[in-house]
Design a binder for this molecule. Structure first.
Ligand SMILES: *Cc1c(COP(=O)(O)O)cnc(C)c1O
Length: 397
């Protein structure tokens, strides 16, 4: 039986390069970067080196980089900072979308309880936000636009440079959660008119628990953690030097091989999409062309995503479903609902996120396994029986 890890949007295997870049900072240069003796100062120098290398990869200045504990913290800090800056000038309106990551959505919900007004833009059937609709949503009291670079469930890549330009022309800070994009598609914050950006190392073969918040130097950041003056007062706590070094090496490696990786993974993705499209009463989620190289997201009518995941696991395949059963709720994915999938269809979702080492044979195995499991689940499903007997109407033709 094949073993295929197809959940790279959830997290990735660490690369050898990233692990090797971390070890010296655990075994030898383990000093506290705030200490004055040599191994402390060597750690501080490594940290500064990492900051310069990350800044070069993103197209910004080193002092515009803040190291965080990951994507969630970066999202929280970006949004809370922009909100506090806005509130001081009486601006309490934020523009976002309904299909952001929960790190963004839950932060916005908290701000709404504090009296902020949030406009959630329509993401339409393919998940694409229209820059013109962003422009139309802006108000004199708008203090932030936050729209993700690429969606983690359906893979749609947003027109970020165009949205950034709209915000720049209006003089409104623009934040993007680029956790799914970083290391996978080209990012240049200045050329793409991005004022704040979040990324997370474990989505591009770096370690877990470390990320970056880029914030244009004119945008003051509010510290979420009280304590020491690390990160120029923007994040207290001894810096995670090994993880930061691993992240930096992983991002450099991903960017150096981006074009060839994207070409290969995109070809495998399209082969997988073509294969799964042959399953009757199924539909691809997200945009066909404006799409992350490795993302394949489908809905299959008449089944439950959770059982699909478990049966695929029995076939050696690690995959994911949009529905949030793990959180104890039976609500289907907010992303699939946002693109207009009805509840009963959104429940039958499957996300396969491919790694760079995926092969054509593995794609064939994925297609065969999914088709087989979908058929088996449909044969057992009362929902499916109602559909084929004509008692209920198919949504996906
Ligand atoms: C994974 C992910 C996050 C959270 O990042 P962590 O480092 O796990 O906190 C945020 N946004 C998106 C789009 C993600 O895919």
């Amino acid at each position: 039986m094949m073993q295929i890890y197809a959940d790279n949007a959830a997290t990735t295997k660490m690369s050898r390069t990233a692990i090797d870049a971390m070890l010296p900072y655990m075994e030898r240069t383990y000093g506290n970067p705030s200490s004055l003796y040599r191994i402390g100062q060597e750690a501080a120098e490594a940290l500064q080196d990492a900051r310069c290398r990350i800044a070069a990869l993103l197209g910004c200045e080193p002092r515009e980089i803040t190291f965080t504990s990951g994507g969630s913290e970066a999202d929280n800090q970006a949004i809370v900072s922009a909100a506090r800056n806005g509130a001081r000038r009486g601006k309490k309106h934020i523009v976002s979308t309904a299909f952001e990551h929960h790190a963004v959505l839950h932060t916005l919900k908290k701000l709404e309880k504090e009296g902020f007004d949030v406009t959630y833009l329509d993401v339409h059937a393919t998940g694409l936000v229209s820059p013109e609709e962003v422009r139309a949503a802006l108000r004199p009291d708008t203090c932030l636009v936050t729209i993700m670079y690429a969606n983690n469930e359906i893979g749609t890549i947003e027109p970020i440079p165009e949205i950034g330009l709209v915000c720049q022309e209006a003089g409104i800070p623009f934040h993007t959660d680029a956790v799914q994009a970083a290391g996978h598609v080209p990012i240049h914050v200045k050329a793409q008119h991005i004022d704040m950006l979040s990324l997370s190392a474990h989505k591009f073969h770096g370690p877990k628990g470390v990320g970056v918040l880029y914030a244009r130097k004119s945008l003051p950041l509010v510290s979420l953690i009280e304590g020491g003056a690390q990160e120029r007062g923007r994040r207290a706590g001894t810096e995670n030097v090994p993880a930061i070094m691993g992240m930096t090496a992983a991002l450099e490696e991903a960017c150096a091989h981006m074009a060839e990786n994207a070409a290969h993974v995109t070809a495998m993705r399209d082969q997988l999409i073509a294969g799964l499209s042959r399953i009757p009463h199924s539909a691809l989620n997200g945009d066909v062309t404006h799409r992350l190289p490795g993302n394949v997201s489908f809905c299959f009518e008449g089944i439950e995503g959770e059982s699909l995941i478990l049966y695929l696991d029995d076939k050696g395949i690690s995959s994911s479903s949009g529905s949030a059963c793990t959180s104890g709720s039976l609500d289907p994915s907010h992303v699939l609902l946002a693109i207009g999938r009805p509840h009963q269809v959104a429940h039958g979702s499957l996300r396969l996120s491919l790694g760079e080492d995926i092969t054509a044979e593995e794609v064939d195995y994925l297609v065969r396994s999914v088709a087989e499991v979908v058929q088996r689940l449909r044969d057992m499903s009362p929902m499916w029986r109602d559909l084929v007997s004509g008692k209920k109407e198919f949504v996906l033709k």
